[in-house]
Ligand binder design. Structure first.
Ligand code: SDX
Length: 435
């Protein structure tokens, strides 16, 4: 029987003298869900589940996470294998189209990425018009929406395979260029254009750091690290930003607008903004000499809004497998190269303190993907305020894959949750002079 259909298993809901029965949905890895699609029609009830901690919004065949075992797979492939053996374009193809690309498909995809790396010259003035202090995430979501305006024909054809494929390549290629241009604009340097001879990651590093005024050689070790970083960020099932892309896309808003909504959701410090916050915490500790035990006490103090960014996760109640990949990658990078960073020692010590602390252990708070990513990006020269942009570059294929999966599903509907109203009961109008 196909995963997802369990005609036999049922869950009963009893309220007073009424009994309702709902089918059980079983996933590939035997996860169980109760399909309550007819609950309100049957009983007038809606469910309440703040933050959707226990609510499945859809079936999906893109990514599987086991939070207890620390498993993450894209289309069945373990994240450890992909981070070590795949390229980011290969992983993007796998997420979006469901299979690893053939040599021919990958060559054609790479050619599309190369041919679609430029952003329209009219957008140069937009970069220059923004204040140098503008947060690059604000620039990214604005420009990525604007890029859609330069390709109006996609709105008509976006359901046609070739137009969709071109839109995918255009988004995944241009987001790199936009990120690099935003960085160059913030430091007042001339833009460096994409180089058709360079790979996806080497091109990005070159656009970020080369200039006519300095000899910048792209370091193959950093290319390998960036490739793995983008892969481990590429998808994570129904997280906040991906669910936002699905929510916006469910109204049939175009792919560019849906992606921009995802970029905005990712910006929050509880989500993708945590990598910037985690690195800034390590920098504050390094610069101020705050004892690490004081940092831990602040993180545990309910009266203090400070949380140890890069720790804890809604799903992982064990070590985030992506954090393990990045920690190993960092040790390899720092062992085999001229890189060294005092933040690394601080991060390792903080992790050891947290993993042996009762408060953190009781709450299953482990390092997540954001705890070490900042140190790796810093080794490349990428500043703290660009870290969430890097997360967005990595997550873009996942957002596109979920948008496509939803649009390919003929049963998908516009997302519209219900609520329980707790405001005032009916009351008469009060004229202004009587209030
Ligand atoms: C990402 O969903 C995804 O998949 C996200 C992501 C992806 O790839 O898309 O994995 C990327 O967003 C990773 C998470 C990045 N965010 C951070 O690192 C911010 C710090 N972490 C926390 O804000 C928190 O852990 C969350 C938001 C990540 C998860 O929060 P939950 O699941 O809502 O859990 P919670 O806030 O209810 O915390 C449970 C308890 C609380 O204490 P009690 O009320 O039980 O006493 O743990 C505490 C929290 O106060 N807690 C922390 C903490 N995280 C949770 N205490 C101190 N420091 C922390 N980091």
């Amino acid at each position: 029987m196909r995963a997802g259909d369990s005609m036999s298993e049922k869950v009963k809901l009893i309220y007073g003298s009424h009994e309702y029965s709902y089918p059980v949905v079983t996933g590939t890895e035997n996860e169980k869900g109760v399909d309550i699609s007819s609950l309100r029609k049957d009983s007038g009830f809606v469910t309440m589940d703040y933050g959707y901690l226990n609510t499945g919004s859809t079936k999906s065949s893109i990514t599987f996470i086991d939070g207890e075992k620390g498993i993450l797979r894209y289309r069945g492939y373990n994240i450890e294998d992909l981070a070590e053996k795949a390229s980011f374009p290969e992983t993007a193809w796998l997420l979006i189209y469901g299979e690893l690309p053939t040599d021919e498909q990958l060559t054609a995809f790479r050619r599309l990425l190369t041919e679609n790396a430029l952003v329209h010259e009219n957008l140069q003035s937009f970069f220059r018009a923004m204040p140098p202090s503008a947060h690059p995430m604000g620039i990214l979501c604005s420009i990525m929406n604007a890029i859609g305006l330069f390709t109006p024909r996609f709105y008509d054809d976006e359901n046609k395979a070739d137009a969709f494929g071109l839109m995918v390549a255009s988004l995944i290629s241009k987001i790199r260029t936009v990120a690099a241009f935003a960085y160059k604009a913030s430091i007042g340097e001339p833009f460096v254009y994409p180089d058709a001879e360079k790979s996806y990651c080497a091109n990005f590093l070159n656009m970020m750091f080369s200039s006519k005024a300095r000899n910048y050689e792209v370091d193959p070790l950093l290319v390998k690290a960036l490739n793995a970083l983008l892969i481990v960020h590429a998808d994570h099932e129904q997280n906040c930003s991906t669910s936002t892309v699905r929510m916006v896309g469910s109204s049939h808003a175009n792919l560019y607008a849906s992606i921009c909504a995802g970029i905005c959701a990712l910006w929050g410090p509880l989500h993708g903004g945590a990598n910037q916050a985690a690195l800034e915490t390590l920098l504050q500790i390094q610069q101020s000499g705050i004892p690490l035990r004081d940092v831990m006490e602040r993180a545990k103090d309910k009266k203090d809004s400070f949380k140890l960014s890069g720790f804890g996760h809604r799903v992982y109640k064990s070590y985030d497998p992506r954090a393990k990949v990045l920690k190993n990658l960092m040790q390899e990078l720092f062992n085999h190269s001229h890189f060294s960073d005092p933040l690394l020692d601080i991060a390792f010590e903080l992790e050891q303190l947290a993993l042996s602390d009762e408060y953190f252990k009781e709450r299953n708070l482990y390092p997540n993907v954001d705890f070490y990513s900042g140190i790796l990006y810093r080794a490349m020269g990428i500043p703290a305020n660009m870290l969430t942009v890097m997360f967005a570059i990595g997550r873009l294929p996942g957002w596109i894959a979920h948008w496509k999966e939803m649009h390919d599903d003929p049963s998908s509907k516009i997302n519209r949750p219900r609520q329980i109203y707790t405001g005032p009961a009916e009351r008469a109008w009060i004229p202004l002079n009587n209030r």
